[in-house]
Ligand binder design. Structure first.
Ligand code: BJW
Ligand code: ZN
Length: 230
């Protein structure tokens, strides 16, 4: 991406960026897990009512993550991160670790991480790579049970202050492989545009808020992202 002055970039990524690595998206034709919609599994109420189901969902996702690797889109974004002289922030909604495995550094996970466990009691976030079973005891406080470190529906996403600050300074906002169905991420384009940024969408199909973007390019992330970064 050639530009005369180094501007400030905010890049939002969604499940579509990891699709070509072999991780299922949420709302596509294969977006169901054993007949459950993500909205049924991914709530604090579901965890309280049926912890075995919720833990099985995330244990399966964590196991799958160990079998896949970053694709050309992750690698291109990591290259851009390493070389871009201006401010840059990759805000991912994804809970996989493929951006960091590709080498991205200026990255935050607004919906949590599969490779981390959260203590509902003391708030400790603990690196976690194996299955969680029915919720092990927290090693930090020894009292409460650990849960997946995932932002469920109705919970506040991580680092919203940092995201809002970056959006307010952005010259270019780029949304990659997200349907625009889940807030607050779906509203970022509006915030960035309100502060004067241009907005580019790279996606397989137009997102819900596609008309908000200054430019849209449709195709697989593994092709579009490297072509844009060049
Ligand atoms: C390709 C491709 C290829 C395919 N190449 N592209 C305002 C209005 C209405 C409701 C709300 C609202 N504000 C809040 C809400 C409630 C709720 C919400 O948004 N509900 C909606 C369903 C309406 N939001 C929340 O509860 C959030 N919390 C919250 O709002 O707290 C209060 C708050 C108030 C004020 C300010 C701030 C906060 C929390 C949301 C948590 C979302 N959690 C999940 C699951 C966790 C992770 C996990 O289990 O993996 O996050 S849900 C799920 O959806 C996951 C994703 O990160 C998220 C977004 O999905 P994504 O990435 O867009 O995937 P898909 O499948 O939808 O789309 C894939 C896209 O890829 C498609 O466009 C394809 O075309 C494309 N694609 N292959 C390029 N090869
Ligand atoms: Zn604890």
């Amino acid at each position: 991406m050639r530009q005369s002055a180094p501007g400030n970039l905010v890049i939002l990524t969604g499940a579509g960026v990891s699709a070509e690595s072999g991780l299922a998206t949420f709302r596509g034709p294969d977006g169901l897990w054993e007949g459950h919609r993500v909205e049924e599994v991914c709530t604090p109420q579901a965890l309280a009512r049926n912890p075995a189901l919720v833990h099985a969902f995330y244990d399966a996702r964590r196991a799958k993550l160990a079998e896949v690797g970053p694709n050309a889109a992750h690698r291109a974004l990591a290259r851009l991160d390493a070389e871009w002289p201006g401010e840059l922030l990759i805000v991912t909604q994804n809970v996989d670790d493929l951006h960091e495995r590709a080498g991205a550094k200026r990255l935050l996970h607004m919906h949590g991480e599969l490779t981390s466990a959260l203590c509902a009691g003391c708030g400790a976030r603990i690196p976690w790579n194996g299955p969680m079973g029915h919720g092990p005891k927290c090693p930090a406080c020894g009292a409460a049970k650990l849960r997946p470190d995932i932002v469920f529906f109705g919970e506040m996403p991580y680092e919203m202050d940092r995201i809002d600050a970056a959006l307010s300074r952005a010259d270019l906002f780029v949304s990659i492989g997200t349907s625009g169905a889940v807030y607050p991420a779906a509203g970022f384009v509006q915030i960035a545009r309100h502060h004067g940024a241009r907005a580019l969408e790279l996606n397989l199909e137009p997102s819900v808020g596609s008309s908000m973007f200054s430019e849209s390019r449709m195709g697989p992330a593994g092709e579009l992202v490297p072509a844009w970064v060049e």
